[in-house]
Ligand binder design. Structure first.
Ligand code: G1P
Ligand code: ZN
Length: 542
């Protein structure tokens, strides 16, 4: 039976960079998750009888919310829900299912790379029929509905079995439990030269893929070990756990340090890769060479033709504004457009749908293409393997040669986490007020050429997104960007991004923090980070 439940709005259901993210106890409040899911449906039109995809990264509270979402979807008139077995679907796999089966949209339950567990993070995100995150227009509408909601509809059906493949019914809606891996593995097989990859592993090439106890475990096992014949043990931490083993499932030099150290050791594997909580991020490490995500995008663009899917060339490249301009240089050389978008994958959707770009990337360990509408961790790993197999060279050689051709964009991001919100806001406010007076001034031997608050004009639908980060550009191409995170769940996180271009190959082996020392000091001088936050150093450097 369908019940209508009276409820009151929560004032804090504004989706951030990537859906609604809060601590689990917030989602556990009576009606909280129900309100948000109903608000999503209230903001949509024309889904009656259509298909919805539901899945998540397996984190704590995933199963509970899936049960609620299924019963709310049934009560709101969806015709069918496709749900990943065990409630599992990586974010890129969900995007693929939406596209492949022409679903109306999907609900992805994840807080990405944030920790999981009873006191950690949870998240709900809606993806539209193109398989991509809801555009701002829609997330604004969802937020508006959440502030006015008076009731939600929910079926009183009992617990639905989401562990057995096959179909069942709730009210008039079909529930199909699907294999979360199969369609995704087939997609990967259609994009890359699996034959060449099998040969690579047969030749003794050794890799380690760290799923960080998160969602890509089963995907890595099936694709790398089963289909590509990589030896057992290639996949590490491959069992998805609700609390990610107590770790932070964020593939970077801080949280995937063990993998990094292993690859760098003499006896370690030739190649290392890791993915995050929901499988959309990636980290790439070769022996003696960590590949920054910004460089990775540029390298994949430069080598795209080596992968069957991109053999005919790429239409264009897009990167988020704080991502380094390494990809711009490749785009220029191969004669395609390069777009600069605000932070967050949702801004790539229109460009991909319009066929303006093929590859996209963010400095935050995100890379992807037009094969889905999300960034895709394992895809990036397979792309790298394809490039390595085709070139027969090590990661280190591939990267060093790339820098010699295009120059090196030294790049680093400094994060100041859990700063009091008022203090972070004050820093940004002061910085904004200072912008008009900055051009022409000299800081640490650098001259400010331009300073602005980045606004994006979407070339496809004409929409404008303002206040997307403060950019201070120096003469010679160096820059510092300041922005506040839109994904955190406690306090504010200040992100400071530094970039310096070095064309001279003789100067390509400097330590990154050293190469950026003047810029780091300039960022402090300009923004007064210490004074505002009380912190004398960042909490995370990537
Ligand atoms: C962060 C990253 C951003 C990414 C997002 C979702 O957002 O910086 O590039 O798209 O996570 O994975 P932020 O916390 O900076 O708003
Ligand atoms: Zn993620």
């Amino acid at each position: 039976m369908i019940r209508t439940v009276a409820t009151k709005p929560f004032s804090d259901q504004k989706p951030g960079t990537s859906g609604l993210r809060k601590k689990v106890p917030v989602f556990e409040q009576a009606h909280y998750s129900e309100n948000f899911i109903q608000s999503i449906f209230d903001a949509l039109d024309g889904y009656r009888g259509k298909t919805l995809v539901i899945g998540g990264d397996g984190r704590y509270y995933n199963r509970e919310v899936i049960q609620k979402a299924l019963r709310i979807a049934a009560a709101n008139g969806f015709g069918k829900v496709m749900v990943g077995q065990g409630g599992i679907l990586s974010t890129p796999a969900a995007s693929n299912i939406i596209r492949k089966y022409k679903a109306f949209g999907g609900i992805i339950l994840s807080a990405s790379h944030n920790p999981g567990g009873p006191h950690e993070d949870f998240g709900i995100k809606y993806n539209a029929e193109n398989g991509g995150p809801a555009p701002e227009k829609l997330t604004d509408a969802i937020f508006a509905k959440s502030k006015a909601i008076k009731e939600y509809r929910i079926s009183d059906a009992g617990e639905i079995d989401i562990d057995t493949l096959g179909t069942s019914r709730i009210e008039d809606m079909t529930v199909e439990v699907i294999d979360p891996v199969k369609d995704y593995a087939e997609l990967m097989e259609s994009l890359f030269d699996f034959e060449a990859l099998r040969k690579l592993f047969k030749s003794g090439f050794r890799m380690a893929f760290d799923s960080m106890h998160a969602v890509t475990g089963p995907y890595g096992k099936e694709i790398l070990e089963n289909r590509l014949g990589a030896p057992e043990g290639t996949c590490r931490n491959f069992k998805p756990l609700p609390d990610f083993g107590g770790h932070h499932p964020d593939p970077n030099l801080v949280h995937a340090k063990a993998l990094y150290d292993d690859v760098m050791s003499a006896s370690g594997p030739d190649f290392g890769a890791a993915s995050d909580g929901d499988g959309d991020r990636n980290m790439i490490v070769g022996k003696g060479m960590f590949v920054t995500p910004s460089d990775s995008l540029a390298l994949l663009a430069a080598n795209a033709k080596l992968a069957p899917a991109y053999a005919k060339g790429i239409a264009g490249v897009a990167r988020s504004m704080p991502t380094s301009a390494a990809a711009d240089r490749v785009a220029e050389k191969i004669g395609v457009d390069c777009y600069e978008t605000p932070t967050g994958w949702k801004f790539f959707g229109n460009l991909l749908d319009a066929g303006k770009v093929t590859l996209c990337g963010e400095e935050s360990f995100g890379t992807g293409s037009n094969h889905v509408r999300e960034k895709d961790g394992l895809w990036a790993v397979l792309f790298w393997l394809n490039v390595i197999a085709a070139r027969g060279e090590s990661v280190k050689d591939i990267v060093t040669k790339h820098w010699a051709t295009y120059g090196r964009n030294y790049y680093s991001r400094h994060d100041y986490e859990e700063v009091e919100s008022e203090k972070a806001d004050a820093l940004m406010r002061d910085l904004r007020a200072k912008l008009p007076s900055l051009p022409g001034t000299r800081v640490r031997g650098l001259t400010v050429a331009k300073a602005d608050d980045f606004a994006y004009h979407d070339p496809v639908d004409g929409s404008v997104s303002e206040h997307q980060g403060i950019r201070v550009m120096f003469e010679g191409g160096a820059r510092v960007v300041f922005r506040l995170s839109g994904t955190g769940t406690s306090g504010a996180t200040l992100r400071v991004y530094m970039e310096h271009y070095e064309p001279d190959a003789a100067k390509h082996c400097i330590d990154t923090q050293e190469a950026l020392a003047d810029l780091i000091a300039a960022a402090e001088d300009i923004a007064g980070i210490r004074k505002h936050t009380g912190r004398d150093k960042p909490s995370v450097i990537t």
